[in-house]
Design a protein around this ligand. Structure first.
Ligand code: DAH
Length: 362
């Protein structure tokens, strides 16, 4: 075509067909085939555009040119269809000749294991279920109301200080009137308030879960775990608390370990006490002689406990003249460390496989 400045319509048609025929063998996929079709037969395709030449030839030649045009179009259609068939056949061949080794045995999948804290939490749940407790849960992003007010924690209590608790900032233009102010719960005790308000007495629950405080040093992590216990009924006494915790220590750490209360203060209990168990790691069957784990004291502190303060019962819709109750809140992470011999709190939360792989699930 380049040799002739004014190619005839027939020459232009021939040139288009030639262009198509040289492009066709290069096509290696259906998508490319479609592109080629569009390039020649599409609305602005090279052959389609030549249709306009019809009007430019003398009427006597029109029929002949029309036939030539149709022949070229037909040739292109046939070429496309043939190539499509060839591509499908080639794909089929490739598929059939694929080599599949049916004798291949892949490495068996490596099942993961439960995190030692999850294992510990489940063991705790198991022990308390057998003692007749239900397991309940509560939100991690919690209302200040349940975290503090309902638990008799006064507005000026240090726990409500920004230094200790993560407060959740509200968007400046929160449209919700009177929306509760929120914190990351600094303890599991708000579940006490929620359960009392929702179910009323009697109650016998534990609430294990994640808690958060603005603490970050080798023996404190900003995210940690607690287990809360709550028992409310008629005539519940401190003796029930001691008996229950004694049974718990026996089932979880080993039978025969002594337990003790030390007077302490928590706003939501009265009287309140720290609860200790005899150190299971230097226990000779009678006495604990002192070791690194109990810092030579023979006792290991598990957490706080006490008789639910009447003001808390009242705040949570339970009549303190009819019902009494006890509660406790212990740290799960330390219990996991004691039980599994984990030397540093940090190992619990770093996700290091060298550590985690040592704890196969039971
Ligand atoms: N919520 C307390 C804390 O995180 C622990 C605690 C103490 C829980 C005494 C209780 C309790 O239920 O009775 O320090």
């Amino acid at each position: 075509m380049a040799a002739d400045a004014n190619p005839t319509p027939q020459e232009q048609l021939d040139a288009a067909l030639l262009g198509f025929e040289s492009a066709l063998p290069q096509v290696s996929s259906e998508a490319e085939l479609y592109e080629l079709q569009v390039r020649f037969l599409g609305k602005n395709g090279a052959v389609t555009k030549l249709r306009s030449l019809m009007g430019k030839v003398p009427p006597a030649q029109r029929k002949e040119l029309g036939q030539a045009f149709n022949r070229v179009k037909q040739a292109i259609d046939d070429g496309l269809a043939g190539r499509k068939l060839a591509l499908a056949e080639a794909a089929r061949e490739r598929n059939l000749s694929r080599h599949v080794d049916l004798t291949f045995v892949p490495d068996p999948p490596r099942p993961g294991t439960l995190h030692p804290i999850t294992q510990t939490r489940r063991e705790l749940e198991h022990v308390f279920r057998r003692l007749g407790f239900d397991v309940v849960d509560g939100p991690h992003v919690e209302a200040e109301l349940y975290s503090f007010d309902k638990l008799n924690i006064q507005p000026d209590h240090p726990a409500r200080d920004m230094q200790d608790t993560f407060f959740i900032a509200r968007p400046e233009h929160d449209p919700r009137e009177g929306a509760p102010s929120l914190v990351l719960r600094p303890h599991t005790s708000p579940v006490q308030a929620r359960t009392m308000l929702r179910h009323g007495a009697p109650i016998r629950i534990i609430a294990p879960g994640t808690t958060f405080r603005r603490d970050d040093d080798p023996t404190h992590s900003p995210m940690f775990h607690q287990i809360e216990g709550l028992y409310v009924d008629r005539n519940v006494t401190m003796a029930d608390l001691k008996a229950t915790l004694y049974r718990f220590v026996g089932a979880f750490f080993g039978e025969g370990l002594a337990v003790r209360f030390r007077p302490s203060y928590f706003p939501f209990v009265e009287p309140g006490a720290e609860f200790d168990m005899q150190c299971a790691f230097c226990f000779d069957g009678q006495l604990s002689h002192g070791c690194g784990l109990c810092k030579q004291s023979g006792w290991i502190e598990l957490g706080g406990s006490g008789m639910v303060h009447p003001a808390v019962l009242e705040q949570c819709g339970i009549d303190p003249s009819v019902y009494t109750g006890w509660a406790f809140g212990f740290g799960i992470d330390r219990m996991a460390m004691l039980r599994h011999g984990i030397s540093h709190l940090r190992h619990n939360f770093e996700g290091d496989l060298r550590v985690l792989e040592q704890f196969t699930s039971p």
